[in-house]
Each structure stands twice: as structure tokens, then as C-alpha cells.
Design a protein around this ligand. Structure first.
Ligand SMILES: *[C@@H]1O[C@H](CO)[C@@H](O)[C@H](O)[C@H]1NC(C)=O
Ligand SMILES: *[C@@H]1O[C@H](CO)[C@@H](O)[C@H](O)[C@H]1NC(C)=O
Ligand SMILES: *[C@@H]1O[C@H](CO)[C@@H](O)[C@H](O)[C@H]1NC(C)=O
Ligand SMILES: *[C@@H]1O[C@H](CO)[C@@H](O)[C@H](O)[C@H]1NC(C)=O
Ligand SMILES: *[C@@H]1O[C@H](CO)[C@@H](O)[C@H](O)[C@H]1NC(C)=O
Length: 420
């Protein structure tokens, strides 16, 4: 009995693993430029993650033409609803569509299981119409079969099927999502125990930066009030107002990333503070259901999700996120210690020289990684930032060594570049 239970357990585990990694709708649609708009919205709304997590699913896709008229004046939340209603939680291929029992069938969609469907509004009625056509309509009474099957795109029997349809499936009320812009961020944050953070974003004016990003997608990592009372937290009141703004912008992503989607992110993610070249980026560590954000200086657990209302999501955090560019172990970015007895630290002069070089029309060799085209005399002290970044993966004890090593590498690169 126990053995059977154990076997069953192992079986269930391996099945769920298979289900999660079985398909990647984004990768499949990448091969079909005619559905690129649809594919892009699957990613923006993260409906792709919901599709990939299902072991049996049929995606009804729209061509770029049909998709562009659908999205023309819809919010991302509305588009998400439309895409969920086009995702059937059963496997349909051409043969099955044309041989429905009694010529009609009701099927469940992602909208029914994950959306805000009331009653059976998240079901879709598939019907064999006259002239061999197959129509799809909302289960809402009086719905028209506007969406008809046009062609088969791709099948992975009996897990994933991609079929093209002529039009979206809609019903009155599908597009009534409240606008994200009406969300009162500060009120929400205060209610969630993030009063200090709410106060900082208002007093610094960074809330306006957040609000401007909200319609396109915004993920906030809001440290709790306890996080601001942590003993080892550097004194944020000592930061210049520009640096404080950077820190606050570092707590937001310019994309919609609910917890389930955060888990799938590999490599660096850009924050609202990112300047390109990897500066002010974050990375994600996911272990089972636990998700943490790694800045390189510290790690912070995603405690809870306060708001998940496409395209805005607010997570509360156990600690304040400290960007290595400002808290990288060196006393201050401006006071970078020159590595002793080695090549001089990059000076504004060297950087200026280097910049001139990179502007020259002649072919230049591939730039070394530390050698960013944006480097200018003003940016020069930031070579230290790059150095801190390089030591991101290292433990605190090794910081000084790693920093000076990376600084040496950076100056060596500049030194070499000035001879080219
Ligand atoms: C199809 O789904 C089942 C679980 O329902 C899974 O075991 C199988 O590996 C999947 N097959 C493919 C080809 O993805
Ligand atoms: C799916 O494929 C896309 C590329 O088309 C890739 O960027 C993405 O990481 C993949 N997703 C998963 C969960 O593997
Ligand atoms: C687009 O906006 C116009 C004007 O606000 C409205 O009349 C129309 O119904 C909207 N179209 C869709 C598809 O929602
Ligand atoms: C689908 O809709 C048609 C037309 O409204 C209706 O006759 C049929 O009974 C519906 N099918 C199911 C399974 O509800
Ligand atoms: C948002 O809520 C705060 C209270 O938490 C309030 O002071 C502020 O006026 C509200 N803003 C708007 C635009 O309603």
C-alpha cells in the first residue's frame, strides 16, 4: 500500500514536471511572422506562461491584421481577457473540429479558470456551421459565431494545438477591466504595510515615474516597513536626492511580472533605473514556490503579492533592494580606491581619448566588455560601478579583492584601447 502510494507520488511529480516543460507557445509562434502581434501580446500579458503550464491546450490565434484591429483601443488587461478566451483547455485538431458529437460542443477556456468570468462566460461554444465551417462563440446567450476556423498551424498531439481563426471571440462585458491608471498606489502600499516606501516615492516624486509606466506594465517591489528598520540597512537619508531616486526606481520593472512569471526569468532584468550595459539590473532566484530578488549586494524574498491587476503588479519585499552601483562595498562610487602599484584607474582624460577613438569611422576591434560606448568623462567614476557589478556573485568578504581586480581589468582595457 505504502509502496503504491509512493509510486503514485513519483508518477504525479514526474507528470507535473513534464506538463510544465512540455511546450513553449512563444517559441512555436516565433516561427510564424503572421502571428507576431498575437505572440507579442501573449508575452506582454504573460498569458504564454499560463498556456505553457497547461498540459492540454488549444490556442486559437489571430493574424496580425485581425489582432491589430482587436487591440487598437483596448487596455492590456482587456487584451489579456481576449487572449485567455481564445485559449481552450482541450485538444482540438482539424479532424476533431469537424466531427463534433451533435455538431456542437461547449469547452472551457483559460478565461473561465483564471479570469474574472461570471457564470459560464468563460466557456466557448464550438459549432459545425453550414458549408463545412466551424464557428466559435462565447457561451453567452445570443452570441454570434464571428470567429471561424481558417487553418491549422501546428499540433503536438494530444497536448498542444495551434489553430488560426478569423476573428476574436467576444461578449458584452469582456472588455470592462478597470483602468490601471485609476489605481491609487500609495493607498494600496499603505494598506499592505509599506508606509515608509509609500512616503519615499511620494516625497521624492518617483511615484510620477511609476504612474507614467503603469499603462504599459509595471512591477513594484515594495519593501515592508520592517525592511526599512533592518539593522544592517545603510542610512538612506545620507543619499543625495538623485541617488535616492535611483534606488526607488530600482524597485520597479517596466513590465508586468506576476510571481509565476518572475520564476521563469533567467539572466538579468531591467529596472526603471537601468541605464543599459547591465547597470541597475536585477536577477531572480526561484526555488519551488519561493522567489527572491538578487541585487548582488543583497537578496530579498518576494513576501506577498498585494496587487495583480494587468498590467500592474505589486509585490511586498522582506528587505530593501540595494543596487551594487551605490552600495557595492566601496565607501562611495566617487572615492574608488586605485589598485595599488598597477595601471592607473581610468581617468577622465583616458576615457575622453577612448571615446574619440570609438567614434572614428575606421574599423575598430570588438570592444572588451568593460568598455561601454556610453563611457564619457562624466561617467568615468562609474567604472567602479562596473567593477562592483562584476563582483555581484561574490561573497562580501571577497568584495575588496574582486573590486580591485575588476577595476584593474577595466583600466587595462582602457590602457590597451588607447594604443589602438
Ligand atoms: C503531453 O502531456 C502529458 C501529460 O498530460 C505528458 O506526459 C507528455 O509528455 C506530453 N507530451 C508532449 C509531447 O509534450
Ligand atoms: C520560450 O521560448 C522563448 C524564445 O522563443 C524564450 O525566450 C523563453 O525563455 C522560452 N520560455 C521557456 C519557459 O522556456
Ligand atoms: C474604441 O474606442 C471608440 C471610442 O472611444 C469606441 O467607440 C469603440 O467602441 C472602441 N472599440 C472597441 C473595439 O472597443
Ligand atoms: C452552441 O450555440 C448554438 C447556437 O446558439 C446552440 O444551438 C447550441 O446548442 C450551443 N451548443 C452547446 C453545446 O451549448
Ligand atoms: C491616494 O490615497 C492617499 C491616502 O493613502 C490619499 O492621500 C491620496 O489623496 C489618494 N490619491 C488620489 C488621487 O485619490
Amino acid at each position: 500500500m505504502a509502496a503504491t502510494g509512493h509510486l503514485l507520488f513519483v508518477l504525479v511529480i514526474s507528470m507535473s514536471v513534464a506538463a510544465v516543460s512540455a511546450h513553449n507557445i512563444t517559441a512555436i509562434l516565433d516561427g510564424y511572422p503572421e502571428y507576431s502581434l498575437y505572440n507579442s501580446y501573449l508575452s506582454q500579458t504573460k498569458v504564454c506562461d499560463e498556456i505553457n503550464s497547461r498540459s492540454t491546450v488549444t490556442s486559437l490565434v489571430l493574424t496580425n491584421g485581425a489582432m491589430s484591429s482587436l487591440v487598437s483601443n483596448l487596455s492590456l488587461a482587456d487584451i489579456k481577457n481576449a487572449l485567455r478566451l481564445l485559449t481552450l483547455l482541450d485538444y482540438y485538431d482539424t479532424k476533431k473540429l469537424h466531427s463534433l458529437h451533435d455538431g456542437s460542443e461547449l469547452t472551457t477556456t483559460l478565461y473561465q479558470t483564471t479570469g474574472d468570468a461570471s457564470g459560464n462566460m468563460g466557456h466557448v461554444n464550438i459549432t459545425n456551421l453550414r458549408g463545412g465551417k466551424v464557428g466559435f462563440a462565447s457561451a453567452a446567450p445570443g452570441s454570434q459565431f464571428q470567429a471561424t476556423y481558417t487553418k491549422s498551424v501546428k499540433q503536438e498531439p494530444y497536448n498542444l494545438s495551434v489553430l488560426e481563426v478569423s476573428d476574436p471571440i467576444t461578449f458584452p462585458g469582456l472588455f470592462n477591466s478597470p483602468s490601471a491608471a485609476s489605481t491609487n498606489l500609495t493607498a494600496l502600499l499603505e494598506k499592505a504595510g509599506c508606509k515608509q516606501f509609500a512616503h519615499l516615492i511620494v516625497s521624492s516624486g518617483v511615484i510620477k515615474v511609476y504612474q507614467a509606466a503603469m499603462d504599459k506594465g509595471l512591477t513594484l517591489f515594495a519593501p515592508t516597513d520592517d525592511a526599512f528598520h533592518a539593522k544592517d540597512l545603510p542610512d538612506l537619508s545620507k543619499l543625495t536626492s538623485v541617488d535616492l531616486e535611483k534606488v526607488l526606481q530600482y524597485h520597479a520593472l517596466p513590465q508586468y511580472a506576476p510571481k509565476a512569471s518572475l520564476k521563469t526569468i533567467k539572466g538579468n532584468i531591467q529596472t526603471l533605473a537601468s541605464t543599459g550595459a547591465g547597470k541597475y539590473d536585477l536577477s531572480v532566484i526561484a526555488k519551488g514556490d519561493d522567489v527572491s530578488i538578487d541585487t548582488g549586494v543583497d537578496k530579498s524574498r518576494v513576501a506577498s503579492t498585494v496587487l495583480d491587476d494587468t498590467p500592474t503588479v505589486i509585490h511586498t519585499m522582506d528587505s530593501v533592494l540595494l543596487p551594487p552601483e551605490l552600495f557595492g562595498g566601496a565607501p562611495s562610487p566617487a572615492l574608488a580606491p586605485a589598485p595599488e602599484g598597477s595601471a592607473p584607474a581610468p581617468s577622465p582624460k583616458a576615457a575622453g581619448k577612448k571615446k574619440k577613438k570609438s567614434k572614428s569611422p575606421s574599423h575598430s576591434p570588438p570592444a572588451p566588455p568593460a568598455d561601454t560606448p556610453e563611457m564619457s568623462p562624466v561617467d568615468a567614476p562609474d567604472a567602479e560601478g562596473a567593477a562592483d557589478k562584476a563582483d555581484v556573485k561574490k561573497k562580501n568578504g571577497a568584495t575588496a579583492v574582486a573590486t580591485s581586480f575588476a577595476a584593474t581589468m577595466a583600466s587595462a582595457a582602457l590602457f590597451a584601447a588607447s594604443f589602438l
